[in-house]
Design a protein around this ligand. Structure first.
Ligand SMILES: Cc1cc2nc3c(=O)[nH]c(=O)nc-3n(C[C@H](O)[C@H](O)[C@H](O)COP(=O)(O)OP(=O)(O)OC[C@H]3O[C@@H](n4cnc5c(N)ncnc54)[C@H](O)[C@@H]3O)c2cc1C
Length: 148
């Protein structure tokens, strides 16, 4: 499951809006040892939602290759794909050094470049930490020991 998460460029973060309806956003992320890290600006609808209910369900999906056994048989079509679902609660990180460390983890998911942050940028950004309480994975359209 961690291997699948590592292959994904983004995740989909599901939360509950202020009326109790589902609200799902694509987001960038970092992951290390059972904890997800996300970041956002300091304002926006999602933050009001999380203040009311911090529980999230985060889904990752790797591979989207269409496969079929018979091109004429609709029910033989499937996607060679794998997905992972993580559940947990968002905690906002306040300590500036911790923020930098977790932003590094997010950045490292995307680049090997050298990078840095200005103090105002680190102060301004919201860093979300989600200790994963439940994780499940499913594969689709793979045979035997095939991997994504
Ligand atoms: C590939 C990708 C990666 C992203 N990574 C990040 C990230 O790491 N951090 C981050 O903060 N944001 C990221 N975003 C943007 C994120 O999906 C939200 O659009 C953004 O965070 C604003 O969310 P909000 O709830 O504060 O929106 P608000 O500004 O409160 O949105 C107002 C309304 O706009 C609509 N809306 C908001 N976002 C979207 C959306 N994505 N698609 C369609 N309608 C929308 C909704 O109807 C919402 O009620 C990413 C987007 C993409 C496509």
């Amino acid at each position: 499951m961690e291997d699948i998460i590592g292959q994904c460029p983004i995740c989909f973060v599901g939360m509950t809006d202020l009326d109790g309806n589902p609200y799902v956003l694509p987001m960038n992320f970092g992951y290390q040892a059972g904890t997800l890290y996300l970041h956002s600006g300091p304002e926006g609808g999602k933050l009001g939602m999380l203040a009311k209910n911090s529980r999230v369900c985060v889904t990752f999906c790797a591979g989207h290759e269409l496969t079929y056994q018979s091109p004429q048989m609709a029910c033989s079509y499937s996607m060679r794909s794998a997905s992972v679902m993580c559940r947990g609660e968002v905690e906002f990180v306040e300590d500036l050094e911790d923020k930098r460390r977790y932003l590094d983890l997010i950045m490292r998911h995307y680049t090997d470049n050298e990078f840095g942050y200005s103090d105002p940028a680190v102060r301004n950004v919201k860093v979300w930490k989600v200790a994963v309480q439940e994780m499940s994975g499913k594969v689709f359209g793979l045979r035997g020991h095939e991997k994504i």
